[in-house]
Each structure stands twice: as C-alpha cells, then as structure tokens.
Design a protein. Structure first.
Length: 358
C-alpha cells in the first residue's frame, strides 16, 4: 500500500474522464455493513444458561458449538475491519494522486478485483453467518427446551427430594418411637426378670414350705392312723375288758401216770387255757404246783413233784409265754385231794395244779 501511494503522488493530475473509475473505486471501497456474524453482546440469560450448561454433562456439546460459532464471528469481524482499512488507504491514495497512470489503473483494477473478492467473501460470510445464526437460534431453542426440561426434572427431583426428606423424617420419627418402645420393652424385660427371679425364689420357698407341710401332714396322718389303730385297740380292749369275767378263771390241773413227770397229751390243752387267760388278763401270772401220791418215799415224791411242775413250766415258756409270768414248785405227797387207799384216789393225787394270779 505504501508503494501504491508513492506511485499515485508522482503521476500528473487526473483528468475529468477518470471520475467514473474513482466513483467505482469509492463504491467498491465503501465500508461494509455490519455482518450478522459479528459477535453479539453478552446476554445475562445466555451467560446464566452457559454457566448452567457447564454444570450439566448433557449440554456440553452444545456449549462447544456456541463457542465455535463465536470464534468464527470474531474472525469474520476482524477480516471485515481489515478490508475497511484497505479501502480507506485506497481512498487516501486517490485523493493525493489525482488522475492515475496506466500502471496505477492496473493496480487499481487489481485492488478492485480484490475488493470484489472480499465482497464475495463477505457475502459468503454473511450467508454462513446467517446459517450459523439460524443454527445458533435452533441450538438456543434446543438449549432452552433442554433447560426447561432440566428445570422441570430439577423441580421434580426437588419435589421428590422434599418428599424423600419428609418420608425420611417420618421414618426417623418412627424409628425413634420404635427405639423408645424397644427401650421400654427392655426395661419391662428387666423388671420382669427381677419379678421372675423373685417369683422363682417365692416358689422355691413355697415348695419347701409345701414339702414341710406335706411331711407334717404325713406325720400327722401317720399319727392319726396310729391313734386310730390305738383307739381301735383301746376300744377292743375295752370291749374285751367288758366281756371278760370279773374273777380270774381256773385252769384244770394236769394228771400224771405213776412215776411219770411229763403229760404230753395235757400240755397243749394247758397252753390254750393259759393263752385264753392272758387274752382277758394280760397281767396274769401262773404258779405251777406239783403233787404225787404216797406210794414211794417222801423225798422221791418231792423230787418227782418238782420235775412235773418244772417240765410243764418249761413247755409254756418254750411256746411263748413270758418266763416272768410262770413260776413253779413241788409239794410231793403233802397235799393230797383224796386218800391214797385206792388207785383212783392215788391217780387224783398225781397232778400239777395251775394257780392264776393277777
């Protein structure tokens, strides 16, 4: 551009016929209108949406497309500014140079072609910027829809969160109530354990008392049975005493053959009579007295009488009669109950008398 300025300043003054060319250059060099692709001013809503998009993973690609469109708009604006500066320099050179020479005309034609190419590029950039603007509008609508959906989803999530917190608070309240109830049950369990231990102790004490009572009852029952038996025995004894004779009974004497000291046939009869007397008179005593006839000497008869009484007493004791209840003696021929002149009378004198005493 500096070379062009020098060439224009050295040439002669331009004629009047060169005005159409200068007008064409001026028209071509007029400042380009502001391209739609120029970077717009920052919008608070867009900035907030960008900030919101940066926090959301789903809006990441859209934010990148918007950034790329912004960079392209800045590049187009820089190119437009460079073209405007070039046109201003051309105008300044034309004003200084006047009528251009043939070389300058060619250089101006070249510049005009460049300006025409720049205009075509500007128009193409305007179209592209318009398309990008439409694309950005669509992207912005999509972003607004996404933001609206995200806001609805966020509100739904917030509503769900509030409901969840409310349910959680209710659940915590129920949990606290359950914990209180559990603690109450535990306290009741401890109380029941203490009462159960006391109950067991009382039951054991009652069991011991019951065992003692049963033992006492058994003892009382045994004593009662013994008393009843004793009463029955006493009543039987009373009946026996009422039924027994008022005087001691007599037992018939035992008869012996000549020179014989044992009368086996009479022993069983005497034993039965003695037992019958003891049944009625338990304290009765029996005194046995032996006698003989006078056929032999007095000493022999005394000895024989003693043997007869002793043998009968030994038999009674051997059959269970208490020994302290039986006594005996011999009198020989000293106490006859009949005369000794006949055999019948002598047979009556050979005897053992049984005396019953109380």
């Amino acid at each position: 551009m500096k070379t062009t300025s020098r060439l224009i300043s050295r040439g002669p003054r331009r004629p009047r016929g060169a005005r159409p060319l200068l007008l064409a250059l001026l028209v071509a060099a007029t400042p380009l209108p502001a391209a739609p692709s120029e970077k717009p001013k920052a919008c608070p809503k867009c900035e907030s949406s960008k900030k919101a998009d940066q926090t959301d993973d789903d809006a990441g690609p859209l934010a990148k497309d918007l950034e790329a469109i912004g960079r392209e708009r800045a590049a187009i604006a820089q190119e437009r500014k460079a073209t405007e500066r070039l046109a201003e320099e051309v105008l300044k050179a034309l004003k200084k140079a006047g009528e251009p020479s043939s070389g300058q005309a060619e250089e101006l034609l070249s510049l005009r072609k460049k300006l025409a190419g720049a205009e075509e590029a500007r128009e193409e950039a305007v179209k592209q910027a318009e398309e990008e603007k439409n694309h950005a509008a669509r992207a912005e609508r999509l972003l607004m829809e996404m933001r609206r959906d995200m806001e609805i989803e966020r509100e739904s999530m917030e509503t769900g969160r509030v409901a969840t917190e409310r349910d959680s608070a209710a659940a915590r309240g129920k949990l606290a109530a359950l914990e209180e109830e559990l603690n109450a049950f535990r306290n009741r369990g401890k109380t029941w354990e203490g009462e159960s231990a006391a109950f067991l102790a009382d039951r054991e004490a009652l069991g011991r008392k019951l065992a003692d009572s049963e033992a006492t009852a058994n003892k009382v029952r045994a004593e009662l049975v013994a008393a009843m038996i004793a009463r029955e025995k006493l009543e039987a004894e009373i009946q026996r005493l009422k039924a027994r004779p008022t005087s001691l009974p007599e037992i018939a004497p035992v008869r012996y053959s000549k020179n014989i000291d044992v009368a086996e046939g009479e022993n069983s009869r005497v034993l039965a009579d003695v037992r019958a007397v003891l049944a009625d008179f338990p304290d009765a005593r029996f005194h046995l007295i032996g006698h003989t006839s006078s056929e032999s000497t007095a000493s022999l008869n005394l000895a024989l009488s003693i043997r007869r009484a002793q043998n009968l007493g030994n038999y009674l004791v051997s059959q269970g009669i208490p020994i302290d209840r039986v006594t005996f003696e011999g009198q020989g021929e000293a106490s006859p109950i009949a005369d000794n002149n006949t055999e019948e009378c002598r047979a009556l004198n050979r005897r053992v008398e049984i005396w019953v005493t109380d």
